[in-house]
Design a protein around this ligand. Structure first.
Ligand SMILES: NC(=O)c1ccc[n+]([C@@H]2O[C@H](COP(=O)([O-])OP(=O)(O)OC[C@H]3O[C@@H](n4cnc5c(N)ncnc54)[C@H](OP(=O)(O)O)[C@@H]3O)[C@@H](O)[C@H]2O)c1
Length: 325
């Protein structure tokens, strides 16, 4: 079958490791099912895999693609949940859930991903595709939208009517946060380095936009971070005393100045967030269906042009890119 895969780790030139070609059909083990992939979205995680981050060398060659939507052999339309936990994992502590399982992994870390005609996933990792959503839109749910949903709804604790600042407008997590924040009744403020990014944020539902690092008219209840070093000090200055910063990533660097004086004096809560649970994906789908939220897809490519699509992602193309199978 046709697949887009990583041949091996290329820490400094991830694009070098991309191959589009024939790979064996998946043979689902007991408890797993085969899905005919219809659409799968690109995520920065695919670039990390190409660099060899989060994957051991012996797992190459690895079919890329962490999320997707498709059809099972019995004709059911499905959305794929990308996290594979230990069967029977029992979280410790009241805040634990399957995202805290130390042995969890994502598709493409040990098992092949979704940039292929077929993928194999555990049966529990499939949820019904809502009738109101296309395969392309649904392909964005399992990774970026789920990450944004958990940040906003589960981790931030912000009630509707709060003011939230999203750092960055053009990334997948940012665009999902803007769409979900608006639908959840937040006042959504967004920064972007570019005029195009700011215009895009407004089109997605932002109430107000700012240049990166610009002084805001007032401090916000919560900041949503996936940028890291370039925006962190602004995030610390933007949040109100007692407010919250929820962080899921650090595209521009993971070592910003912590600004501890501000942290303790203004009693700012900094909360990490990673992906989401299967139940959160179920609730995200219900949230999108009830609120008529359609994840925005900016560009689609046929599967055999996966390399070109990944090159665009590496160059920093705005918004979500989806491969159509
Ligand atoms: N923990 C998790 O579960 C999880 C899940 C998904 C993603 N992530 C991580 O979250 C991060 C964001 O991912 P993404 O998919 O949204 O895509 P991305 O392509 O990494 O997004 C880049 C974002 O950063 C902004 N940005 C601002 N300053 C930047 C700079 N100096 N260099 C680069 N970007 C800058 C861009 O906004 P403007 O262009 O508008 O300024 C854009 O919104 C990644 O690091 C990813 O690995 C984590």
């Amino acid at each position: 079958m046709l697949a887009v895969y990583a041949t091996g780790p290329h820490p400094d030139a991830p694009i070098k490791g991309i191959e589009a070609g024939a790979r064996p059909f998946p043979e689902p083990p007991e408890g797993w099912v085969r899905v005919k992939v219809r659409a799968a979205s690109l995520n920065r995680h695919d670039l990390w895999t190409l660099r060899g981050v989060g994957i051991r060398p012996e797992f190459f060659p690895m079919i890329l693609g962490c999320d997707g939507a498709g059809v099972t052999d019995d004709g059911t339309d499905v959305v794929i949940y990308p996290i594979i936990s230990q069967p029977g994992f029992v979280p410790s502590g009241s805040s634990g859930d399957e995202t805290t399982d130390p042995a969890r992994h994502m598709l493409t870390e040990r098992h092949h991903g979704t940039f292929a005609a077929y993928a194999a996933v555990p049966k529990r990792n499939l949820l019904s595709l809502p009738a109101s959503m296309s395969y392309e839109a649904a392909a964005t749910l399992g990774c970026t939208f789920l990450t944004a949903y958990r940040m906003l709804i589960t981790r931030s604790g912000l009630p509707a009517g709060s003011t939230m600042l999203v750092q960055g407008a053009t990334g997948g997590v940012s665009t999902a946060l803007i769409q979900l924040g608006r639908a959840a009744g937040m006042r959504v403020w967004v920064t972007s380095r570019s005029q195009a990014g700011r215009e895009r944020a407004i089109a997605l539902g932002a109430h107000q936009v700012f240049e990166q690092g610009e002084r805001l008219p007032e401090r916000v209840d919560g900041v949503f971070e996936s940028v890291g070093r370039s925006t962190w000090s602004h995030s610390m200055r933007a949040v109100r005393p007692g407010g919250v910063i929820v962080c899921c990533g650090a595209t521009s660097g993971a070592d910003p100045s912590a600004d501890l004086q501000r942290l303790f004096f203004l009693q700012i809560s900094v909360i990490g967030s990673t992906m989401g649970t299967l139940d959160e994906l179920r609730r995200l789908i219900a949230f999108c269906t009830a609120g008529n939220v359609q994840p925005v897809v900016d560009r689609t490519f046929p599967l055999d042009q996966g390399r070109q699509a990944l090159e665009l992602l590496e160059q920093g193309t705005p918004g979500k890119v989806v491969l159509v199978v």
